[in-house]
Design a protein around this ligand. Structure first.
Ligand code: DGT
Ligand code: MG
Ligand code: MG
Ligand code: MG
Length: 252
């Protein structure tokens, strides 16, 4: 077929191939989940239904993209790590980022009822997405450590804040004032002395976020199925990477 005179517009498309040999992290984050959480009566500070749904939607993404070696989620965000040798979509950035985000979001909506039951979805949720490249394995580990340190800081604060507000009847402003300038040990002490809560005994998913790894399981003699397994380890410690040293090697 002869080319139309309009064909030339194709040449305006930019080549967005991602630099070779770098780890690719795609991170999605819920748009205005402050409002989304309120509208859907999320438990404070942690809503187990939402976290489970986030984990499940992330598992759908991992099963689809077999070059994702690990994913890490907390709050309204998820990070997906593509192996540095990944060649999906010929490493075209917009293809990778948009497909990951789209599959995550549609899975979040599609499986909503499994966790929320009668609590109806009130409006279509939206997630942003970006990709970041890490040239060294050390940078990649530090990236994941950064996200896990974030959940620790936020969750400790939020656990104190919502206990003060919901159990002690403080206003938001009063709770904020009480927590201003406190360090981790002060917050641990406050939870223990005022509410009898041993912070380290709270569910690991709330304190550490969720690490997703995939595993092939045998369903019968001839077939295997890929499943995403959630674990709640400390990935800031080198021990985690020693125990899972196969993750960073080339995956089939
Ligand atoms: P953004 O990301 O700039 O569009 O705005 P937000 O509001 O999504 O802000 P972000 O992502 O920094 O913080 C996540 C919000 O989601 C935060 O306001 C608390 C809320 N959220 C996430 N998970 C839960 C949960 O399990 N329970 C409750 N109550 N809120 C949650
Ligand atoms: Mg958000
Ligand atoms: Mg967030
Ligand atoms: Mg197409």
């Amino acid at each position: 077929m002869a080319k139309s005179k309009f064909e030339y517009v194709k040449s305006f498309e930019a080549d967005d191939k991602i630099l070779q040999n770098c780890w690719i992290v795609v991170r999605i984050d819920g748009k205005n989940f402050h409002k989304f959480a309120n509208t859907h009566n999320f438990e404070k500070p942690n809503d187990i239904r939402s976290l489970n749904l986030m984990n499940f939607a992330a598992g759908c993404v991992m099963k689809e993209f077999n070059e994702i070696i690990i994913a890490y989620g907390q709050s309204d965000e998820y990070s997906f790590v593509f192996h540095r040798t990944a060649n999906v979509y010929n490493r075209r950035a917009s293809k990778i980022v948009s497909n990951v985000n789209s599959l995550f979001t549609s899975s979040f909506v599609f499986y909503w009822n499994r966790w929320f039951g009668d609590q109806k979805l009130q409006y279509p949720p939206c997630f942003d997405a970006r990709y970041v490249l890490y040239p060294t394995t050390e940078n990649l580990k530090d990236y994941l450590s950064w996200r896990q340190a974030d959940v620790h800081i936020n969750n400790l604060y939020n656990t104190c804040f919502w206990n003060l507000v919901l159990k002690k009847g403080l206003t938001n402003v009063e709770a904020e004032e009480k927590l201003r300038g406190t360090v981790s040990s002060d917050k641990n002490e406050l939870l223990f002395s005022e509410f009898g809560i041993n912070y380290n005994k709270l569910p690991a998913m709330y304190r550490k976020g969720t690490i997703l790894l995939t595993k092939q399981i045998k369903i019968d003699e001839s077939r295997t199925r890929k499943i995403a397994i959630p674990i709640y380890d400390d990935l800031i410690k080198e021990k985690f990477w020693k125990e899972h040293d196969e993750l960073l090697l080339r995956k089939a």
